[in-house]
Design a protein around this ligand. Structure first.
Ligand code: AP5
Ligand code: MG
Length: 218
């Protein structure tokens, strides 16, 4: 049976950072809706052209295009043992659609780690984030600095600051999260799937706590 892990958390909670660590550990693909949107924007696809204004303003992209994009990604061969979802679902409509999509692959959401971080830490995390141009490796100028400023430790590519990490857009993204995504905490808790992870700890400790609650993947 495939294993599907859904990482829940506010912008800057550490979903991308932790998804990379647990995917390496469990040898599962990392499916980040934000990364897929950004790739499409960079490649100027039709999907990217539709999504751009939403990402730029800090709003959510429409459910229908987001759901279709994730359905397509999950149908690929590399997801046959499951996947780690980062940033999807983000609305109740997306959560219901995910159940439907996974049932097509004889799967279900197995566990939903909620990376809980105090709101006042989020802004400093996002405004200090540097992301690698080639593969999206994530750094922070204070909490997790690269060995050489501006250069990715893993592939030597350029590091850049995401346009939506500017303070005003960050504040908007946090508001959107509180209004539209936070209700999913109760949604998954009611299903008995939620596991609260203390996300204000250092990165390695969060990873260790996550690995201790994740299912085995065969
Ligand atoms: P997306 O790319 O998903 O952004 P997000 O949810 O706002 O989350 P972030 O990527 O900002 O934060 P993260 O939790 O991954 O934190 P990270 O690990 O990088 O979405 C972007 C946009 O795409 C949305 O606004 C929307 O427009 C659109 N979109 C995406 N999905 C969608 C969907 N499902 N529906 C509709 N629209 C959608 O860490 C942040 C920083 O903190 C880094 O610098 C890191 O080094 C540092 N850090 C991480 N962990 C720690 C720690 N434990 N201690 C100290 N520092 C840490
Ligand atoms: Mg992310």
């Amino acid at each position: 049976m495939p294993v599907y892990i859904v990482l829940l958390g506010a912008p800057g909670a550490g979903k991308g950072t932790q998804a990379a660590a647990i995917c390496e550990h469990l040898d599962l693909p990392h499916i980040s809706s934000g990364n897929i949107f950004r790739e499409n924007i960079n490649n100027r696809t039709d999907l990217g052209k539709t999504a751009k204004s939403f990402l730029d303003s800090g709003d959510l992209a429409p459910d229908n295009i987001t759901i279709a994009m994730i359905r397509e990604r999950l149908s690929r061969e590399d997801c046959s043992r499951g996947a780690v979802l980062d940033g999807f679902p983000r609305t109740p409509t997306q959560a219901l659609a995910l159940d439907e999509i996974l049932s097509e692959f004889q799967g279900k959401v197995d566990v939903v780690p909620f990376i809980e971080v105090e709101e006042n830490l989020l802004i400093a995390r996002l405004t200090g984030r540097w992301t690698c141009r080639a593969k999206g490796h994530i750094f922070h100028e204070i909490n997790n600095p690269p060995q050489e400023p501006g250069i990715c430790d893993f592939d030597g590519s350029e590091l850049f600051q995401r346009e939506d990490d500017e303070a005003e857009t960050v504040a908007k993204r946090i508001r959107v999260y509180l209004e539209q995504t936070k209700p999913l905490i109760d949604f998954f808790d009611d299903k008995g799937l939620l596991k609260v992870i203390e996300g204000s700890q250092p990165i390695r400790q969060v990873t260790a706590e996550l690995l201790s609650i994740l299912p085995k993947v065969s």
